[in-house]
Design a protein around this ligand. Structure first.
Ligand code: ADP
Ligand code: MG
Length: 618
């Protein structure tokens, strides 16, 4: 079998260079490493402080950027200058978020276009990538301070549902912060690694990861086999989390104390204080049966029982999402072997119990739920550092992968930045009567014409039994395993004829080559679109000529003389148009020929049906 390059450039890493794992969260972010002495994943923290850095960015009047706890304190007093939840904006256009615009108390720019959002603070504009990079910079600095060594390489986690644009935005944010992002991995994958699930290649499991954070809820169903973490389904609510629980408690107290919402919003300091007290109560109730505190002369109290009644509808919402995720994965609840709890809000005992009940088994909650994702990222980082050689590598494809179709066009099966491992199938057909072979040429790159891309492999699916054009069904499957090896398989479904090829890295692309290929695709985008349109028009024209000719030959005695001559003239005109570089001309000749042939084709078809019906006994 031929073995050719697919770039999964891991490069050789220096032994002693540290690679950190980063959970870039909506509410909190943190860094973890494998501790050099204990060899255990460990979240980094300054003495006696929390490992969590609130994902909040505050811009003061002099233009200083402050990230973390200090910034969080400004949320209510200076909403215009304090940015939270920047993660929600990653890779989004204003159109994507306009229905949730009220959620953001800072200025999200509405320029009425499909372009990416920006945030305005004072007279400056920031992209979500800039904002995330501030958080990452802060984390990097902290880590360097604690470890007393430069930190330049990282693995960063993202939600499983993040698309290519959002993953790329996260990578870019890392780059801006001075980090070389070696891998983007899925949060549920990291969480399962932290529980040691999927660390051995023999292991096969179906797991559910329930992640209730500060502002978002995600449920992911994964299948782990051969060291591959396959996302079977994801579901959730991007506007449901611990903040909503706090709000429920605030509302409960306001009602009790007879304070109206208008009164509350008039007094920002009190609003801030009551929110923080609500969070305090929630956390307190995870271990105690009641909570009470005097604030501004009002007694704020709540029992665990009242709290549970309050949050039950919210918990039920998450349960509905879990059921949908199971349905999408085509699984029964009892087929889930392991349930992993992630996110600070899963500390609430009532939530744990409800989810345990839903899945009919105890949940995994022994690892600190707000650190678990970062700890898993650290394990992945350690694997990349080469300290754990026989383990899987997860990555995304650096360039699109596809095959050559009619006219030399690139048909992309796996777009660039797709998750690895990955599996995609698409059906093709034959273009000629009795065609017995089909060339499958595999390319890598972003250009529309295969000649501008990089050829990785080619093989021929032969022995296709004779059939009319368009009848054969050739399924081409691309499978990239966790090591980045691409297997291309082609199978004619009617006959079962099959052929496959393994494409493996021989000369991986260097970063420079990669960059050039991407740049080229941008520079030539306009030409490419025009070329593609022309090639498509030509292919369509050629096919129409062939089918018309075949049809006429077969039905020659059913056509009138006029129909024959008219068709011949139109076919000749189309033939001529095909030799010119004018797609509009080709289209118009295709139309013209269609207009002539349609009436007689329909007539003859009707006739054929009538004959067929006659033969049948009703
Ligand atoms: P994210 O992934 O969105 O960044 P986290 O996983 O850090 O968020 O979760 C933050 C949320 O967890 C906050 O709403 C916080 O109030 C909540 N939380 C933290 N500890 C507890 C606890 N003991 N009980 C209930 N909620 C908690
Ligand atoms: Mg999280």
């Amino acid at each position: 079998m031929a073995k050719i390059a697919i770039n999964i450039a891991t490069g050789s890493l220096q032994q002693d260079e540290i690679i950190v794992g980063i959970d870039l969260g909506t509410t909190n972010s943190l860094i973890a490493i494998i501790h050099p002495d204990t060899k255990q994943p460990t979240a980094l923290r300054e003495h006696n402080t929390s490992s969590l850095v609130p994902s909040v960015i505050y811009f003061d009047e002099t233009g200083n950027v402050i990230v973390g706890e200090e910034a969080r304190k400004k949320l209510i007093s200076e909403p215009q200058n304090t940015i939270f939840s920047a993660k929600r904006l990653m890779g989004k256009s204003y159109n994507d978020i306009k229905y949730n615009a009220a959620f953001f108390s800072y200025k999200v720019i509405d320029d009425n276009t499909g372009s990416l959002v920006k945030v305005q603070v004072g007279n400056k504009f920031y992209t979500p990538i800039d904002l995330s990079s501030f958080i990452l910079k802060e984390l990097k600095q902290r880590a360097e301070h604690i470890l007393k060594t430069p930190v330049n390489k990282a693995v960063i986690t993202v939600p499983a549902y993040f698309n290519d644009a959002q993953r790329q935005a996260t990578r870019d944010a890392g780059k801006l912060a001075g980090l070389n992002v070696l891998r983007i991995i899925n949060e549920p994958t990291a969480a399962s690694l932290a529980y040691g699930i999927g660390l051995s290649k023999e292991e096969e499991k179906i797991i559910a990861v329930y992640d209730l954070g500060g502002g978002t809820f995600d449920i992911s169903i994964l299948r782990i086999a051969n060291g591959i973490f396959e996302v079977l389904s994801t579901n959730g609510d991007t506007y449901l989390g611990g903040d909503d629980i706090d709000q429920l408690i605030v509302n409960y107290w306001l009602e009790q104390a007879g304070i109206s919402k208008d009164e509350l919003s008039a007094n920002k300091e009190f609003a801030q204080a009551i929110r923080l007290t609500a969070e305090e109560a929630k956390i307190h109730l995870s271990t105690q049966d009641d909570f009470s505190k005097i604030l501004n002369g009002d007694e704020l109290s709540i029992t665990k029982q009242a709290f549970e009644t309050l949050i039950e509808p919210l918990v039920n919402k998450t349960i509905a999402c879990c059921k949908n995720a199971l349905k999408d994965a085509g699984l029964n609840v009892n087929e889930i072997e392991v349930v992993v709890m992630v996110g600070g809000s899963t500390r609430v005992p009532f939530i744990k119990e409800s989810i345990s009940k839903l899945f009919g088994k105890p949940v995994n909650d022994t690892v600190n739920p707000d650190e678990v994702v970062a700890l898993g990222a650290a394990i992945q980082a350690d694997i990349l550092a080469g300290n754990n050689k026989d383990l899987l590598l997860l990555d995304v494809t650096p360039l699109s992968l596809g095959i050559e179709t009619m006219g030399g066009l690139m048909d992309v099966l796996i777009p660039r930045n797709s998750k690895i491992p990955n599996k995609v199938g698409r059906q093709y057909t034959t273009h000629k009567d009795g065609q017995s072979g089909m060339k499958i040429a595999v390319y890598q790159g972003e250009r529309d014409m295969v000649k501008d891309n990089r050829k990785l492999a080619e093989f021929n699916l032969s022995n296709i039994p004779a059939m009319p054009a368009g009848l054969a069904k050739v399924e081409v499957g691309f499978l990239i395993n966790a090591d980045g090896i691409l297997v291309v398989r082609a199978k004619e479904l009617r006959s079962g004829v099959e052929q496959s090829i393994e494409v493996k890295s021989q000369f991986g692309l260097t970063d420079d080559m990669l960059e050039k290929m991407l740049m080229d695709s941008i520079t030539h985008a306009k030409d490419d679109i025009a070329t593609r349109a022309l090639v498509e028009a030509r292919t369509e024209g050629e096919q129409l000529l062939e089918t018309t000719e075949r049809f006429i030959q077969k039905n020659i005695d059913r056509l009138t003389k006029e129909e024959m001559t008219e068709s011949a003239v139109a076919m000749q005109a189309l033939q001529l148009a095909l030799t010119m570089d004018d797609k509009d001309l080709i289209h118009s000749k295709v139309e013209a020929l269609n207009d002539i042939s349609r009436p007689y084709a329909e007539r003859i078809m009707d006739l054929a049906i009538a004959v067929a019906m006659k033969g049948k006994t009703v």
